[in-house]
Design a binder for this molecule. Sequence first.
Ligand code: PGA
Length: 273
Amino acid sequence: MTQIEKRMPKKLLFAANWKMNKLVGETPEFVQRLTGLLADIPEKLGSEYQVVIGAPATHLTLLIKSLKDSSLEASAQNSGVAKFGAYTGEISPAMLKDIGCGWTIVGHSERRHFFKEDDLLVLSRTKAALEEGLKVILCVGEVLQERNSGKTTRVIENQLSILKQNQIDPSLFENLVIAYEPVWAIGTGETATPAQAQEVHHHIRSWCAKNLSDQASSIRILYGGSVKPENSQQILSQPDVDGLLVGGASLDPVVFANLVKNGLKSRTTKKEL
Ligand code: PGA
């Protein structure tokens, strides 16, 4: 067994990605219902998982206020490349930090494909956010045509190669999370099989071990793409899947809570949930 295979299990990360959904006023009730539903998770499993909610920028202040007495955290869905300046429409990592937001998502496939964000821009966003002390969920993933033509690992390696350009201080990797989101599985109802997810996650972990510093061993790798309560346990049972990035199934607190609870069954042998 290699060192990679023997690694200690990491705290599972369940990251909700609301995308451009919900109105600000819906936020407190969502939080109240979700935290209520998660409250019956046995305390001893509390240290096994973490929940982060990625909301539109307009919702973040109220979301953070609503999460104040819980262990859940808030995330932005993108963040800028500089602290301040002439970047119309952007929100800087410093501004997110200022309102108490500790997380951001960068390089989501919708940013890459609809808004033409390329690897260099994604690197700049990643670097700026990490240097400001934010935790970053960096998304990578192939489109169907790339998978069908056997290019999945090459595409992922290209997207990750930005990390090895020595531009990011290795000590900041402890705040980095990578999300593998096959583009063909996002919002389509078609999920990668657990084996397909495991194969790519293992490849990402090996790539990080080979190409980044030792500090990269702390990087968690999430799977995203049509995750639901029905498949969260199976996907999380794969040894290299450290969490889930969830779009559609994160919009309803009952569905998302069930997804978290089922996912946690991958960490417990007894009927604790
Ligand atoms: P989905 O979205 O769960 O609706 O497929 C995942 C994502 O885009 O992060």
